[in-house]
Design a binder for this molecule. Sequence first.
Ligand code: ATP
Ligand code: MG
Ligand code: ZN
Length: 320
Amino acid sequence: MTVTAPGTAGATATSTTDLDAARAALRSRLLDDGVLVDLGSPGLYGRTGVFERVYSAVDAAEVRIHEDLDAEVLRFPPVEPLTAFERTDYIASFPDLAASISGFTGDDRTHRALLAARERGERWESFLQPADLMLTPAVCHPVYGLLSGTLPVGGRTFDILGDSFRREPSLDPMRLQAFHMHEFVHVGTPESAKQHRDGRIPGMRALLESFGLEIDVVPANDPFFGRVGQMLARNQVEQALKFELVTPVYGQDRPWTAIGSANLHEDHFGTSFAIRTADGGVAHSACVAFGLERVTIALFAAHGTDPDAWPRSVRAALAL
Ligand code: ATP
Ligand code: MG
Ligand code: ZN
């Protein structure tokens, strides 16, 4: 979601067209200056050496501020089994963002029909069958299935970095279809989950500010689908379940962009995945994350596309 800059109370001072122009300008600059490579589909880019240099520095800095958590490192593939995806309920809340894998399972005849359609210049993906695999939309999803049962006293905390896919094609370089999130996830009691979510925010904010970015922390909601979704979104804000660390990539009076988030899921995953705490309660979970591409691009937007010319303090904070 996008949020409005503090003080502008919903009505942004600029029109959508104006905002689109600002997004297009940043996109062109990143492509022209060789930071990103256009892959010909909105929200999909190749990344060059200069991008990777900053991206790696951002990621390493994020890991440093969470070192005290002594989190268990886990990495997952970019796809998850349909059975695990099912239990997250993602398809109920975000059907428009979900995406599945398909494969060809037909015989020679079907293959010939596919090729004929292709020859006619038609789309041929309908000849593929849905596989029991989904692209992972949030990198913490696969962990909950591993935790069914009883947690140790104190719960468990994980360091999870991975690919995230969301079907939200856009020409805004801050909104990608394929991107990376580095999440620090805690599963434990209601108190320890809330403590994790709230306790990490000040350090995340301070780190982003040390990068020379202006940051605000604001209550936020996920873009739940449909009319029921609007209610869920309102609940999420009212119960202060989600906070975003936002920065004014396109100017103070335009919507600020979330480059990090801190979420309390309450017992959502604990219930779905039958995870219990040591004292027999349903587990609660929370995760905090940076969107690594978003932080990286926010840095290029704020300081220019040549990191060697960035302020000394910014380079020091990034150990660049
Ligand atoms: P937004 O409100 O901008 O859609 P979100 O609320 O969907 O973001 P989360 O689900 O909290 O984001 O994901 C964690 C982080 O991943 C976000 O804070 C952001 O930095 C990053 N992120 C989310 N969606 C995208 C995207 N489409 N492209 C790049 N990064 C993203
Ligand atoms: Mg979103
Ligand atoms: Zn998560």
